[in-house]
Structures are given as C-alpha cells and as structure tokens.
Design a protein around this ligand. Structure first.
Ligand code: F6R
Length: 616
C-alpha cells in the first residue's frame, strides 16, 4: 500500500523516479509526487490521480536533479488531492519526506506542533512527521547537517506510534538521503556510484539486483557512493546484502493487456514452480525442508490453525479441507484480522500457518505476532521471500509464484493451494495415508499444470459467457466442500474488479435464505465438478432454474447431463476432488476478468484498492 522510491547518484533523478513509481503504481494510485534536490532548494511536484498526471507535470517543469524522493499514494488520512499527495515539507520548506504506513498519534503531535507555531497545509499524518523531523533538525546545535538530519529522524521516530517506511531529504545535506522503517517495508538498492531506497524491489530491479532489506527500527543513510545502517536508538544494525531472484521482465506485462491476465496464464508454470523439488516418488510424500520440523515433531501436532486475509484466507479454507481429508489433523481457518483480537485456545501441540502472498499484510502480520506471543509455533506460506512475515515466522513454505502485480490475486491462490496440498500429503504420509494413495496424489498433482493449460484454451468461450452477463446487477457463486471456498474466491474476484455485487455460498445454503434473491437478472455460478456432491449441486441448480435464475456451471468434462439444466457450462478436465479447486478457480478468474473488461473497468487497478494492505 503506497510506494516509495528514492534515488541519489550521477544520473537524472526524475526519469528513474517516474519509472519506479510506474512499477509501484499497483501499491496505490490516487496521487503521486516527487521532491528533488536542485542545488539551492527543493523542487516538489505533486498531482492527484495516476502517475501519468505527475509525468505531465514533470515534462512541463523539466527538473534537473541527481537526487530525489517520490511516492505513489493510497489515501489513509485526507482525500486524494494535490495538497495531500506526498512528499510533504517541514515548516522551513527545506526538508521533504515521503511515508508509507500510519502515524497513529499524529493528532497529538500535530496539536503540540501547532502550539509551537507550525502551520499545516494538508490533512495527512505524513506532514506532521515531516514537521516533527524538521523541528528536531532546526533545534539541533550539531554543526554537521548530515548528522543533524540523522539525529532529527531518530528523535522524531521515537515519538511516533504506528508504522512507517520513510525517505527524507534536506537542502542543507544534499549529499544524503535518510530512510527508516517500522512495520512498512523499505529496501536499499546498491548501485555503482548510485544508491536507491524503495518500498519494493520491483521499483529498482531494472537498476540493481543487490539489495538490503531493512529491518524494523533500522535507520539508513545513503549517498552516491555508500550506505550506513544504524538502529533507531543508536548502535550498529545487522546488514545483509541479498540478490534479487527475479528480473525486470518478470514484473512487466509483456504482450498481455493486463497483469491479471498474464498472471492467470502463468499458473501452469507457477504451480510447477511450487511443486519443483518437493515431490518424492520414492517415499510417496512431499519434501518440505523449510518447515524445519522433524517427522516426530510433525506427528506431535494435534491441531492446525491457518490464518490469512482475502484470497489468502480462501486458499486457507481449501487448506482446511485438504489437511483434514488427507492427514486427519483437526484444522481451523481464521481471518487474520479477527484472530488477533480473539483469544483462540491453543496448546503446545498447536501449529499455526499464516498465509500471505505479499508477506506484508498488516492484519496477517499481527496474527503472526499474537500467536507467537502465546508461544505457538508459527510457519509461513508466503510468496515474497524478503517480506516481514517470511522473516518473522519460524520457517515455512515459499510458494515461488514470482511477482504478482495485478491487484486481484490469481496465481498466488493456486500456488498457495498447491503448497497446502503438499503439506497435507506430508502430514498424511506420516500418519495414515498409504504409499499407493500418496503416489497416486503425486501423479495427479504433476498433471495439474497441463490441465490448467487446457482450461486456458477455453478463454474465448468464457469471454462469450462473460459478455452475455457483463451488465447484470449481481451474481451468486455456489459450491460445496472444497469448492465452497472457490465460490467465495470467485465472488471476491467478480466484486473487486468488475464492481458487480457478488457473494459466495455453500450450495445447500441456498434454500436457507439466499434463494430469495434469485431472479432472471441475477445469474448464479455453480461450481459443480463430478464429485460426491455433484447430484446435490444439480438439485440446487434445478431450484434456481425453477425460479428463472440463469445458471453458469463449472463442471467436469465427460459427465454429460449438466448442460440440460445450466444455461452455460465451462468444462474442466477430470481430477481427484481434493485437487479440483486448482482447476475450478481458473474459469472463475477468467470470467471475472472478461466481465470487468466488458464493463470498461481498470482491471489491474480497481477503485479504492491497492496491492498489499499494510494498514489495519
Ligand atoms: C484479492 C486480494 C486480497 C489479498 C489480501 C491478502 O484479490 O488480492 O484479498 O488476497 O489482501 O493479501 P496477502 O496475500 O498479500 O496477504
């Protein structure tokens, strides 16, 4: 949520900052801005709206500068206006600051600063932080402006309650840029004669692959030629240089019109990446070294809790069915934001997993910290290897899906489910699953990528269905067992990118209330693969048809009959029912994508949303 990029070096800063902001735009897109050192004062350029608006201003002003900070915003405090856009200046106008996160005590700080004569021009918490740093800078008697700036940042941040990733510049210390983080990611990019600060490596991967992921309470100073990391309250900080494992192209759209479509089509590959090296045919099991738990320890687990938000929560719901079906371990799923405020009973044999694509979702992070506080062992199912959640868990399973840029999660869902299938296989094999069943599951899992490819070939058919229903006022999604979470995921996809109201339900719940909504203008999507509840799903479809509700069905090929009751059918290849969510979700992703396109929606940047939700 929100994106930061800062540059200091020998090149012109503004094109680098603009390019970085475009790569970060999925993090927030309601306003953008940059502040540039120009030798005497700061040039601050800000615009409400998309990065293109800022780009026009930059083209008009032609700033000349080799150092600057920039930001793309997802509004928390104050409407998306030019005035509320970052960077914000201090009282003197010589300091500029960009900020991701939320300053919870900003009102108290603002009132105190006002009493000191500070005047504010925006409604943001960030401007308060800029003034606070500026106040400490102005009050300092240190003759060295660089030291003054670093100490001012430290003094201000110890007074702050909340979360931040910041970058700060000052006209009196033009050779440095100061950054700091607490709960909001910040990374240092190391170049030849140039350095970067960014909230996300995708902003800087075109320039360098050598990075330092800062830890909470780190304060970093970068210059053209070097960097220095200190702890917020003084003392040395631990520094580890990492190599980014994806390329600039991985985070680009290529020939696809949208990131979402590209990521839907990447799923045969991303699932292969999730499975690679983790299936042992000899032992008929999964090999998950990242769990860092012996078979004895895993056998001692008598309860599993899975926590996540949004799509990750839906994947966790599938995980609950998988673990209980294949491994017979009692499992519960928790919405991460609820878990942290509940007092869920646990004991020493409880194992918790937090599921998160970004690894930065604040609610999921808070659930992780709450569980650890209670002494529970917490493992991660995470995509972003350098993320806070990845670093704070006691181990886990990376999903290796590659960068997911589309705001609507797609490939991360299937990779999370694939990884939870591996986990269930491993847990099952050390309990009561036979090697024959284990091997059969392995073979079926290996066949999934090709089956997804076969579904993707039906994109034109799905597009036709999407066009037919694109202008409805709402949609219901129905599924049973493992496909109930898929129904919820299908509804979430439809809502977030097409703005059609949609809800997901267990099919049998229809007659307990939802059926009151059924009418010709409200289609129902039934996920009805050929499984133990297929006939029940057919009965539910009949109930909808009897009330003149249109029905789109996702069904298994080779089982004729459903086309007699449903108006439109999308077929998936046969697979064991435990693996069906990996296939049934694909038509729903495509359906929501094509409905959104038909409605003229901005698929990759849906209104009011942003990727990676780092505020509560
Ligand atoms: C939906 C979506 C969100 C995320 C949720 C959790 O398409 O993208 O619901 O799934 O914000 O995000 P992560 O997985 O990054 O924790």
């Amino acid at each position: 949520m929100c994106g930061i990029i800062g540059y200091i070096g020998n090149r012109q800063a503004s094109p680098i900052l603009l390019d970085g902001l475009r790569r970060l735009e999925y993090r927030g897109y309601d306003s953008a801005g940059m502040a540039l050192q120009n030798g005497k004062d700061l040039q601050v350029l800000r615009r409400a709206g998309r990065i293109d608006n800022l780009a026009l201003l930059v083209a008009e002003k032609k700033p000349q500068s080799h150092a600057g900070i920039s930001h793309t915003r997802w509004a928390t405090h104050g409407a998306p206006t030019d005035e509320n856009a970052h960077p914000h200046r201090d009282q003197s106008g010589k300091l500029a600051l960009v900020h991701n996160g939320v300053i919870e005590n900003y009102q108290t700080l603002r009132d105190a600063l006002k009493l000191d004569g500070h005047l504010f021009t925006s409604e943001t918490d960030t401007e308060v932080l800029a003034h606070l740093v500026g106040k400490y800078y102005d009050e300092s008697s240190d003759a060295d402006p660089v030291q003054r700036l670093i100490s001012a940042v430290q003094s201000a941040l110890v007074r702050v309650k909340g979360t931040y990733g910041i970058a700060v510049i000052h006209t009196e210390a033009p050779e440095v840029m100061v950054g700091a983080r607490l709960g909001s990611p910040l990374v240092v990019g190391l170049g030849e004669g140039e350095h970067f600060l960014a909230s996300d490596v995708s902003a800087i991967v075109a320039h360098t692959k050598d990075v330092i992921y800062l830890n909470d309470y780190d304060v970093v100073t970068i210059t053209k030629s070097g960097f220095d990391v200190k702890h917020l309250e003084g003392g040395i900080a631990k520094v580890l240089v990492s190599r980014v494992d994806f390329t600039e192209e991985d985070a680009e759209m290529g020939d696809f019109p949208h990131f979402m479509l590209k990521e839907i089509y990447e799923q045969p590959q991303s699932i292969q990446n999730a499975l690679r090296g983790r299936l042992s045919r000899d032992e008929a099991t999964a090999v998950l070294g990242g769990l860092q738990m012996s078979p004895q320890e895993l056998r001692g687990i008598d309860r599993i809790i899975l926590a996540g938000c949004g799509t990750a929560y839906h994947a966790a719901m599938v995980g609950e069915y998988l673990i209980e079906t294949l491994a017979r371990v009692p499992t519960e799923v928790e919405i991460a934001s609820e878990f942290r405020y509940r007092n869920v009973p646990t004991d020493k044999n409880t194992l918790q997993f937090v599921v998160s694509q970004s690894g930065e979702t604040i609610d999921t992070l808070a659930a992780l910290r709450e569980a650890k506080r209670k002494g529970i062992k917490v493992l991660g199912i995470v995509n972003n290897v350098a993320s806070t959640i990845a670093r704070e868990t006691d181990g886990g399973i990376y999903i290796h899906a590659g960068p997911e840029i589309g705001v609507a999660a797609t490939k991360s869902f299937t990779s999370q489910v694939a990884v939870m299938t591996l986990l269930s296989l491993l847990l099952g094999r050390i309990r009561n699953m036979s090697s024959t069943d284990g091997l059969e599951l392995i073979e079926e899992m290996e066949a999934i990528p090709d089956k997804i490819t076969a579904i993707l070939k039906q994109a034109d058919h799905i597009k036709e269905i999407a066009n037919k229903y694109a202008h409805v006022e709402g949609m219901l999604f129905m599924g049973r067992q493992m496909n109930y979470p898929v129904a919820m995921e299908g509804a979430l996809k439809m809502k977030e990118i097409s703005y059609i109201y949609a809800s997901g339900h267990p099919s049998a719940e229809l007659k307990h209330g939802v059926i009151a909504l059924v009418k010709p203008e409200l289609p129902s999507v039934f996920i009805a693969p050929h499984d133990a509840v297929f006939e029940k799903n057919i009965s539910n479809i009949e109930e909808v048809k009897a009330r003149k509700g249109p029905v789109i069905a996702v069904a298994t090929e080779g089982h004729p009959g459903i086309e007699k009751v449903a108006d439109d059918v999308i077929y998936i290849p046969r697979c064991p029912s435990v693996l069906s969510p990996l296939l049934t979700v694909i038509p729903l992703q495509l359906l929501s994508y094509y409905v959104a396109v038909a409605r003229g929606c901005d698929v990759d940047k849906p209104r009011n949303l942003a990727k990676s939700v780092t505020v509560e």
